[in-house]
Design a protein around this ligand. Structure first.
Ligand SMILES: Cc1cc2nc3c(=O)[nH]c(=O)nc-3n(C[C@H](O)[C@H](O)[C@H](O)COP(=O)(O)OP(=O)(O)OC[C@H]3O[C@@H](n4cnc5c(N)ncnc54)[C@H](O)[C@@H]3O)c2cc1C
Ligand SMILES: *[C@@H]1O[C@H](CO)[C@@H](O)[C@H](O)[C@H]1NC(C)=O
Ligand SMILES: *[C@@H]1O[C@H](CO)[C@@H](O)[C@H](O)[C@H]1NC(C)=O
Ligand SMILES: *[C@@H]1O[C@H](CO)[C@@H](O)[C@H](O)[C@H]1NC(C)=O
Ligand SMILES: *[C@@H]1O[C@H](CO)[C@@H](O)[C@H](O)[C@H]1NC(C)=O
Ligand SMILES: *[C@@H]1O[C@H](CO)[C@@H](O)[C@H](O)[C@H]1NC(C)=O
Ligand SMILES: *[C@@H]1O[C@H](CO)[C@@H](O)[C@H](O)[C@H]1NC(C)=O
Length: 477
C-alpha cells in the first residue's frame, strides 16, 4: 500500500522521510552540549574547505568544519621517513607565487621557496614492454614560442582565470579535443609539458580544451613559463594543515573523523546531524559550504533537489593514484619516464604509470598512476593499480638487466585520489552545465567550492574562495 502511494505521487514519498528527520531535529533528541550553533558549516577539510574555514574565522564568523578523515589536508599528503626523518610531499607540492598564497602560508609561518628542481638523470621507457625509447622533446626555444601563442589564446578569456565563467554560446575552440586544438594553433610543443604537469587527467589529447585550461590556465602558464612556482621550504606541505588543524580544534571549530548523516536545508538555515567519535551532534548553521567531490553517492545525506541532481549526475572523473615504493631496483638518482615510440607526442598509454621518480629518501621512489576518464567514481580497483605498478616495475627490470636490479618492490604508502578531476563532457559543456552548476550557489543556504567547481589547483581554489564563493557566503551573515 505505502509503496503504491509513493509511486502514485512523489510528494507522498517525502512524508515518511520528513517525519523521520523531524524526530532527529526535535530539540529533545539532542542534549544542549551536543548542539553546535555556527554561522557557517563547512563539509570537507581539504584544500578548499580548510582555506574557507580560516578565511571566514579571520573575518570574525563562527564556523565548524566536518572532515571524514582524522586529519585536515585532503589531497595533501606527506610521508616522513622514520629512519632519516626526511619528509616527502607525495600529494600537493606546488603553488603559484601570488599574494593569496604568500599571505596564507605566512599566516601559519610556513616558509616558501622557488620550486625549481635540480637536474636529474632520467630515462625514457615504454612501460608496456620495458624497452627504452628515443623520444623527441621540443627545444626550450620552441616550447617558449608555443607558450607565447597559448598565452595569447588564453588572454582572450580572462574570466576563465577566476572560474568556469563561459559565455553563451560556449566558444567552439574551448570544446575541441585538446589534440585538435594544439594542431589548429600550432602549439603541439606544449603537450608533453602539460601532460606531465597536469596529471590524473588521462589522455590529454582527447580531453576538451576547457578541461585542460582549468589547470593549465593563464595564471599557471605564466608562472610555469617564468619558473615562478613555489613550494614549502621544509618540503612538508602538511605543516600548513597541521597548524590549521590545531587552531580550528582549539577554537571548537573542527569535527575530525566525522560525517553528516542527514540534514535539512531551507531558506532560513541548515541543520545537520553529524556522526562524530564522541556521538551524534546537531549542527545549526545559517549557511552550508560543501567542498567534497559532488558525486551523488557522497551527497545522499544532503537530500539533493532536482536542480542539484541534474548537474551532478552528469559529472565524470578520473582515478589518480600515488605511492612511495621501496626496492624498485632503479638507482636513487634516476627518474624513469613512461613514453611510447609510436604515439602522437610520444605520450604513453593509460591507464598506467607516468613516472617513477626519486623523492630524496635512499632506496625509495614516488610513483604516479592515472586511469582514463570514466563515469565510475572509483574507475580502477586499488588492487589492480597496485598489481599493475609492481608488474610494470618488474617488466622494466627484466628488459634492462644492466641498468636495473631484479627486486621485489614494496609499497611504503599507497593513496587513491579517486574520484579525481570532476568535469563535464563537451556536449554537456555546450549545453551550459557550468552555468547551471554555478547557479546552484546559495540555493537553500548551500554554497559550493572545491576542485570540481574550479580546478585541481590549490592556489586557484583559494582565489576562487576569496573572489567568488566567500563573498556570496558572507552576504547577509
Ligand atoms: C597527487 C596529487 C598531486 C597534486 N599536486 C598539486 C600541486 O602540486 N599543486 C596544486 O595546486 N594542486 C595539486 N593537486 C591538486 C589538488 O587536488 C588540489 O590542489 C586541492 O587539493 C583540491 O582541493 P579540494 O578541496 O577540492 O579537495 P581535497 O583537498 O581532496 O579536500 C576534500 C576533503 O573532503 C573530505 N571528505 C570527502 N568526503 C567527505 C565527507 N563525506 N564528509 C566529510 N569530509 C569529506 C576529504 O577527506 C578531504 O579532506 C594534486 C593532487 C594530487 C592528487
Ligand atoms: C615571488 O615573486 C617575487 C616577485 O614578485 C619575488 O621577489 C620572490 O622571490 C618570489 N618568491 C619565491 C619564493 O620565489
Ligand atoms: C635510440 O637511439 C640509439 C642511439 O641512436 C639507438 O641505438 C637505438 O636503437 C634507438 N632506439 C630506438 C627504440 O629507436
Ligand atoms: C627559480 O629558480 C630558477 C632556476 O634556478 C630560475 O631560473 C628562476 O628565475 C627562479 N625564479 C624566481 C622567481 O626566482
Ligand atoms: C610535517 O608536518 C606534519 C604536520 O604538522 C608534522 O606532523 C610532521 O612531523 C612534519 N614532518 C617533519 C619531518 O617535520
Ligand atoms: C643493485 O645491485 C647491486 C649489487 O648487489 C648493489 O650494489 C646496488 O646497490 C643495487 N642497486 C639498486 C638500485 O638496487
Ligand atoms: C559516460 O556514460 C555515457 C552514457 O552511458 C556515455 O555516453 C559516455 O561515453 C560515458 N563517458 C565516459 C567517459 O565513459
Amino acid at each position: 500500500m505505502r509503496f503504491a502511494a509513493c509511486s502514485a505521487t512523489l510528494a507522498l514519498c517525502w512524508l515518511p522521510v520528513a517525519l523521520a528527520y523531524s524526530h532527529h531535529y526535535g530539540s529533545s533528541a539532542f542534549k544542549t552540549e551536543d548542539i553546535i550553533v555556527r554561522d557557517v558549516a563547512i563539509i570537507g577539510g581539504g584544500s578548499s574547505g580548510t582555506h574557507a574555514a580560516i578565511s571566514l574565522k579571520d573575518k570574525g564568523k563562527s564556523i565548524v568544519v566536518v572532515e571524514k578523515k582524522a586529519r585536515l589536508g585532503g589531497h595533501t599528503e606527506t610521508y616522513t621517513d622514520p629512519s632519516t626523518g626526511i619528509p616527502v610531499d607525495y600529494g600537493v607540492v606546488f603553488f603559484h607565487n601570488n599574494t593569496i598564497v604568500k599571505n596564507y602560508f605566512n599566516r601559519f609561518e610556513v616558509p616558501l621557496v622557488n620550486s625549481s628542481n635540480g637536474d636529474l638523470r632520467s630515462g625514457d621507457f615504454d612501460f608496456r614492454t620495458g624497452n627504452p625509447v628515443n623520444i623527441t622533446r621540443p627545444s626550450p626555444e620552441a616550447l617558449g614560442a608555443a607558450f607565447v601563442k597559448y598565452i595569447a589564446f588564453l588572454s582572450q578569456y580572462p574570466a576563465l582565470d577566476s572560474g568556469l565563467f563561459l559565455s553563451t554560446p560556449v566558444p567552439d575552440d574551448l570544446l575541441l579535443p585538446f589534440g585538435e586544438f594544439v594542431a589548429k594553433y600550432g602549439i603541439g610543443d606544449v603537450v608533453q609539458t602539460f601532460f606531465t604537469t597536469n596529471q590524473g587527467i588521462g589522455d590529454i589529447l582527447t580531453l576538451p580544451v576547457i578541461e585542460v585550461m582549468r589547470v593549465n590556465g593563464l595564471s599557471l602558464t605564466l608562472q610555469g613559463a617564468s619558473n615562478s612556482l613555489v613550494t614549502t621550504a621544509r618540503h612538508n606541505t602538511s605543516e600548513l594543515y597541521g597548524k590549521a588543524q590545531n587552531e580550528l580544534l582549539s577554537a571548537d571549530s573542527l569535527l575530525l573523523s566525522s560525517e553528516v548523516k542527514s540534514s535539512s536545508r531551507t531558506a532560513t538555515g541548515v541543520e545537520l546531524v553529524v556522526k562524530t567519535p564522541s556521538g551524534k551532534k546537531l549542527i545549526r548553521a545559517k549557511k552550508l559550504l560543501i567542498t567534497i567531490p559532488p558525486r551523488l553517492e557522497f551527497l545522499h545525506p544532503f537530500h539533493l533537489d532536482h536542480r542539484e541532481r541534474a548537474v551532478f549526475t552528469k559529472l565524470i572523473n578520473f582515478g589518480y593514484y600515488t605511492s612511495i615504493i621501496k626496492d624498485t631496483g632503479i638507482p636513487d638518482d634516476v627518474m624513469v619516464w613512461n613514453y611510447a615510440q609510436d604515439t602522437p607526442y610520444n605520450l604513453p598509454q593509460l591507464p598506467g604509470i607516468y613516472l617513477i621518480g626519486p623523492n630524496g629518501i635512499p632506496g625509495m621512489k614516488n610513483v604516479y598512476y592515472s586511469s582514463q576518464r570514466s563515469n565510475a567514481t572509483f574507475p580502477i580497483p586499488d588492487s589492480n593499480v597496485k598489481a599493475d605498478i609492481v608488474t610494470t616495475i618488474k617488466r622494466l627490470q627484466a628488459a634492462n638487466p644492466g641498468q636495473f636490479n631484479k627486486t621485489d618492490p614494496e609499497f611504503v604508502v599507497y593513496s587513491s585520489h579517486a574520484p579525481f578531476y570532476l568535469g563535464a563532457s563537451p556536449e554537456d559543456t555546450k549545453k551550459g552545465i557550468y552555468a547551471e552548476m554555478y547557479a546552484l550557489q546559495g540555493l537553500r543556504n548551500t554554497y559550493w567550492s572545491g576542485a570540481a567547481w574550479r580546478a585541481q589547483d590549490s592556489s586557484m581554489l583559494w582565489k576562487f574562495n576569496e573572489e567568488v564563493v566567500l563573498p556570496q557566503v558572507l552576504a547577509g551573515l
